[in-house]
Design a protein around this ligand. Structure first.
Ligand code: HEC
Length: 202
């Protein structure tokens, strides 16, 4: 009797775990396994991938999402620009950086909305230089102070009042890679699937 009960208990637990796995992992994985990268979506370069790792390391995704929701789920398209995101937009994103909070704007298409490298570097060094009153934290450790720049150095064109006395600010490798990653965020190519349901009027 004891043996049969243990047996039932064991298989009950096993079935519960397997069902949970199937519903939360197996079936969703199968559903997205056939998704092909859209024609317009570029693979990340090594430099952009490194920049992406800086994005993760610095915790940018705690304040920024990367998903434009369809019509009827808020005003994402007016605020953040671009068509609603589809699963195929993320085929090269491992891990994906959808984000859960929007303390700052969505960055799904930031490469299109703000395509200036200088702007991004300045903004990372100190957001308030380019966006007065910004509450985004500065990331000065991605930059270096130098007495005089080398020939390949990327010097920030800081306003005189903010430049350190007799020194220049150079964008570090991580800042440049991160900016390359941000500029690569462009999901403006057309996609067939996941078009917003325009029949559902608000
Ligand atoms: C504590 C929250 C917070 C964190 C962390 C944060 N940001 Fe921001 N970010 C904001 C806010 C708020 C804004 C809007 C004000 C502004 O433009 O500075 C913003 C704006 C931006 C913009 C301009 C968006 C636009 O539409 O103009 C970019 C690009 C950006 N952040 C990139 C980053 C990157 C890259 C990181 C990580 C290194 C990061 N942010 C970390 C809050 C944050």
């Amino acid at each position: 009797m004891m043996f049969i009960r243990s047996f039932i208990f064991f298989f009950g637990v096993l079935a519960t775990v397997l069902l949970g796995w199937a519903a939360l992992v197996g079936v969703p994985d199968f559903m997205i396994s056939e998704i092909q990268p859209p024609e317009g979506l570029q693979r990340y370069t090594d430099e952009q991938l490194y920049g992406r790792s800086v994005y993760i390391r610095e915790g940018c995704m705690y304040c920024h999402s990367q998903q434009v929701r369809p019509e009827g789920y808020g005003s994402d398209q007016d605020r953040f620009w671009g068509r609603p995101s589809v699963p195929a937009d993320y085929v090269f994103d491992k891990p994906h950086l959808l984000g859960t909070m929007r303390t700052g704007p969505d960055l799904m298409n930031i490469g299109v909305r703000q395509s200036s490298e200088d702007w991004h570097l300045m903004h990372l060094y100190n957001p308030r230089i380019v966006v007065p009153g910004s509450i985004m934290p500065p990331f000065p450790w991605l930059f270096e102070e130098k007495l005089s720049p080398g020939p390949k150095d990327k010097v920030l064109a800081l306003p005189d009042s903010l430049a350190p006395q007799g020194k220049v600010i150079i964008a570090g490798r991580d800042a440049i890679a991160l900016t390359e990653y941000l500029l690569s965020l462009n999901r403006s190519y057309p996609v067939a699937q996941g078009k917003p349901d325009t029949t559902a009027k608000k």
